[in-house]
Design a binder for this molecule. Structure first.
Ligand SMILES: Cc1cc2nc3c(=O)[nH]c(=O)nc-3n(C[C@H](O)[C@H](O)[C@H](O)COP(=O)(O)OP(=O)(O)OC[C@H]3O[C@@H](n4cnc5c(N)ncnc54)[C@H](O)[C@@H]3O)c2cc1C
Length: 524
């Protein structure tokens, strides 16, 4: 394995030596990384710049579903659902180590609901066509309570079972970055775009990038510049035109993570209509349960959005209406918030759930291409549409999209999920080899969780991790699974990182302080 491929020094050298890029992408979330993979596999010289870490933004904070969106079906948005179901099928095929088939049960409390969901989900199955994840079926009250042992039985009439996908969002982001690098792209984290370059006609022809680690700035030329910055979209649009109007409004969604004992079986629960008309999911994830989400329009955005008290109360109250194992704040292992970049409503009365969730591509008069909206599930299609747009503008030679059958780094048939290292797919054997060579690396980072020291070493050497947070939030998901455990593992992770990256004790101390400050926000 060519380890040096992912080393920062190698990637920075490519940045310094390459004189002109075909495509420069700003933003290393699902959208930007998808575009990088699409672009490089079509043969374009591709550069992606992420200001912090891959998936630091919304792309590590999703509900972890690869789905068509049952809710959009209820809204009659058939095309959006069909497109997402197709992409769901491709994701399972191309990133088989990270995506799994998850059964969901919708509990029914009256016969009308039962009929409605049975028929609606038959349509969902039909729209998936050959890429179906399994047929939906109605089940009796007895079967529902046997499968969902913590569901309240009172007034329950039965359930409807359907299938969707479930995944690890930030690990997919890292694996897409690796795949893009293997195909020849330059993909850098900790490199922020601070300005755009333009030619005499005012056409964008490059970016100014700032390497956060060395404090060096670079002027980089490119034929096409793509703004894929999620809730930061408007900041880049304002680099282009300081009078540009805001096109994005952040809508916050939070999730709570609980012990698996709150939902012990293999099934997830989908509550299709909460008190305020939203959907609530309780989904098994890495031996815990993720419960969410909310949808709260905000006026400002940040890289570490803060859950609101009313959002926490809403999730706990709703969960307690359905579960007979009472959830209280002290049961919350981790709490995380993410921001949807919704199209800014023209009118303040517009409700977030009614604003379109499909993606939009906007071309500025400077030919800066901006892509916004969509969802993780459709990242590949969003990338295809964006690169096609650059071709249709005559900015790139015509090449067809190649990602439909492109395997993502780590993809493996027949995944054995009995060992937590399965998530690394084809890399699992390399991590096991590290432990064989140095048995101490097999030690756990924290007694409550399976993650090992070897995974930290692996994350630095092969997955471009630079900080404790990169490791504990987005390479192993400890911060999202148990924030207190993550805080107490920080010194050990800092020590391993310092050794791998050649850093001193001052750096280690600063890393622990920085991580602890951030991680405290994940503790309720
Ligand atoms: C609560 C919630 C739950 C969701 N659940 C699901 C789900 O279950 N399934 C699903 O399919 N979708 C889900 N989504 C949607 C999905 O998560 C998003 O559509 C997707 O992650 C958006 O990715 P992105 O790349 O556009 O944005 P982001 O992930 O936010 O990435 C943008 C990146 O741009 C970087 N950036 C910003 N400015 C600069 C700059 N100047 N220079 C360099 N980099 C910069 C940021 O640091 C950031 O990393 C959910 C969304 C939310 C909010």
């Amino acid at each position: 394995m060519a380890v040096s491929l992912y080393q920062r020094e190698t990637l920075i050298k490519q940045l310094q030596t390459n004189k002109k890029w075909d495509v420069i992408i700003i933003g290393g979330g699902a959208t930007g990384l998808g575009i990088a993979l699409d672009s490089v596999t079509r043969g374009y010289k591709t550069l992606l710049l992420e200001q912090i870490d891959f998936a630091k933004g919304t792309s590590s904070r999703s509900t972890k579903l690869v789905h068509g969106g049952v809710r959009y079906l209820a809204q009659g948005n058939i095309d959006l659902v069909r497109e997402a179901l197709y992409e769901r099928g491709l994701m399972l095929k191309n990133a088989s180590h990270l995506v799994s088939n998850q059964s969901f049960i919708i509990p029914n409390y009256n016969l009308w609901d039962r009929l409605k969901y049975t028929v609606g989900l038959k349509l969902y199955d039909f729209l998936a066509g050959k890429l179906s994840f399994g047929k939906s079926v109605g089940i009796s009250k007895k079967k529902t309570t046997l499968r969902l042992t913590t569901i309240k039985p009172d007034k329950l009439k039965g359930g409807v079972v359907y299938h969707d996908g479930q995944f690890d969002d930030s690990r997919l982001a890292i694996n897409i970055a690796q795949t893009s690098i293997e195909k020849g792209a330059t993909i850098l984290n900790y490199c922020k775009v601070t300005g755009l370059l333009k030619d005499d006609e005012g056409i964008v022809n490059g970016v100014i990038a700032h390497d956060i680690e060395t404090d060096k700035s670079y002027k980089l030329n490119g034929r096409v510049v793509i703004n894929a910055t999620g809730v930061f979209t408007d900041e880049v649009l304002q680099m282009d035109d300081n009078k540009a109007k805001n096109i994005v409004r952040p809508s916050q969604g939070i999730h709570l993570v609980l012990e698996k004992s709150f939902l012990p079986g293999n099934d997830a629960i989908m509550i299709p209509k909460t008190d305020d008309g939203r959907v609530l999911f309780l989904v098994p994830w890495h031996d815990k349960v993720v419960v969410g989400t909310t949808d709260t329009l905000l006026d400002s955005h940040s890289l570490e959005p803060k859950p609101l008290e009313k959002e926490v109360d809403f999730i706990i109250d709703t969960a307690n209406r359905y579960l007979n194992k009472k959830v209280s704040k002290k049961d919350v292992l981790s709490i995380f918030a993410g921001l949807r970049p919704l199209a800014a409503p023209k009118d303040n009365s517009e409700k977030t759930k009614e604003i379109s969730r499909s993606h939009k591509i906007i071309v500025s008069s400077s030919e800066l291409i901006t892509i916004t909206g969509g969802k993780w599930t459709t990242y590949r299609r969003m990338a295809q549409d964006t690169v096609n747009k650059a071709i249709s503008l005559g900015k790139l030679p015509n090449e067809t999209c190649k990602t439909k059958d492109q395997l993502i780094h780590g993809a493996l048939e027949n995944v054995d999920r009995s060992n937590h290292l399965y998530i690394y797919g084809t890399d699992q054997v390399h991590i096991e080899q590290l432990i064989k060579n140095e048995p101490e690396l097999g030690e756990k980072l924290h007694p409550k969780l399976s993650f090992t020291k070897a995974e930290v070493v692996w994350a630095v050497r092969n997955e471009m991790a630079r900080t404790i947070e990169d490791v504990l939030a987005r390479r192993v998901r400890m911060l999202f699974l148990d924030a207190r455990a993550a805080i107490s593992s920080a010194p050990l992770v800092a020590e391993i990182l310092a050794k791998e990256l050649g850093k001193d004790k001052v750096w280690e101390r600063q890393q622990i302080d920085d991580f602890t400050t951030t991680a405290k926000q994940y503790v309720l």
